[in-house]
Design a protein around this ligand. Structure first.
Ligand SMILES: [Zn+2]
Ligand SMILES: [Zn+2]
Length: 347
């Protein structure tokens, strides 16, 4: 390197200054939010970001009605066009109700899977197949003076199809327009871009599954059965290991009898299906539990088995004790949120 011009510079205030010690354990506070860099990023994305469809990855653009009118008026004079509202795009269903309601609203013609129909005639659709339904809004010949009617028809199509308009040029191509931020292929639409959309601390932007934390706590089977070479009797199921009540052991005995396994079999040797039942419960399967009270009488009742994790989940939700909460959290682990993959934001 060349020799620097000066030996030292002092008195410059730092661009970013944060202490390295963690001042806050709040997971909503990050380097980005503390330094306010995140605020600028949100603004940047909201103002100049280009939206892409989360389903197909295509860029999403939107046009105003007058822009669409201009495009259509730019077609050669005399071009014949049909304006459609693409109400169903590649989705399964019979759409009986929808078709009837279009007719009631005064739309008499449509195109189903590329074939023209009068909506007055019965249209049988295979509910297991994907269909495309376009309602015909208007037919026009491009020439001066149609602008007003064209704009009205575009608005109608837009309202009916939720932001997407299809225009067929007879003997020409088919044009698709999106008025809102909607993907013309998938129909995926976004609200207007705003900074709060990019904030994980705002319900408007935060992933619903993790509330914007990017991670989810979950009950980790490896923490619940820490040593799989132990049997249930030997304490394989850690949350059960400290249980001492006679009633509890009668329950476990009945459970083992119902599923015909020995409580002395190492956990890892139990069939996988049974391991799952122990952890996650018996589903709809009812088990005949019975227990003896001090009076030597037998009580029998049938009950679904909620599973170790089911039980922990329930108690975690119900308890008001910080101590129990803390005890139960020992069996929980953290992983990236399955919905946002840790990005903290909505799709
Ligand atoms: Zn798409
Ligand atoms: Zn999430």
């Amino acid at each position: 390197m060349d020799k620097p011009d000066v030996e030292s510079i002092s008195g410059l205030s730092p661009a970013i200054s944060i202490e390295q010690k963690s001042t806050s354990k709040n997971p909503r506070s990050t380097v980005g939010t503390v330094t306010e860099i995140y605020d600028y990023l949100r603004l940047l994305f909201a103002r100049v970001g280009r939206p892409f469809c989360y389903s197909c990855g295509k860029e999403i653009t939107s046009q105003t009605t007058s822009q669409i009118v201009d495009t259509i008026m730019g077609l050669p004079a005399g071009s014949r066009i049909i304006i459609y509202a693409p109400v169903v795009r590649g989705r399964k269903g019979e759409y009986k109700k929808e078709l009837a309601s279009f007719l009631r609203s005064g739309y008499v013609r449509g195109r189903v899977d590329g074939i023209n129909y009068e909506l007055t005639e019965p249209i049988e659709l295979d509910k297991n197949k994907k269909h495309d339904i376009d309602v015909i809004i208007d037919r026009l010949v491009v020439k001066d003076g149609i602008e007003k009617r064209l704009a009205d028809s575009l608005e109608t199509a837009d309202n009916l199809a939720g932001g997407i308009i299809k225009v067929e040029v007879i003997d020409g191509e088919e044009l698709l327009f999106s008025k809102e931020l909607a993907c013309i292929d998938c129909g995926v639409s976004y609200p207007e871009m705003s900074p709060r959309m990019f904030s994980f601390n705002n319900p408007y932007g935060a992933c619903n599954t993790c509330s914007g934390l990017g991670v989810k706590m979950y009950f980790d089977p490896d923490l619940i059965v820490a040593d799989k070479s132990l049997s249930i009797r030997e304490g394989a199921v850690v949350p059960w290991a400290k249980r001492t009540s006679v009633f509890f052991f009668q329950m476990i005995d009945a459970f083992a009898r119902h599923y015909k396994f020995s409580l002395r079999t190492p956990f890892k040797k139990l069939p996988e299906k049974l391991q799952k039942i122990i952890l996650y419960g018996s589903g709809e399967d009812k088990i005949k539990f019975y227990y003896e009270k001090d009076d030597q009488r037998r009580y029998i009742f049938q009950e679904k088995f909620e599973g170790v994790i089911g039980n922990l989940e329930r108690r975690y939700k119900e308890t008001e004790s910080e101590y129990i909460r803390h005890e139960i959290e020992k069996f929980m682990n953290i992983r990236d949120c399955p919905e946002c993959k840790g990005s903290r934001l909505k799709r």
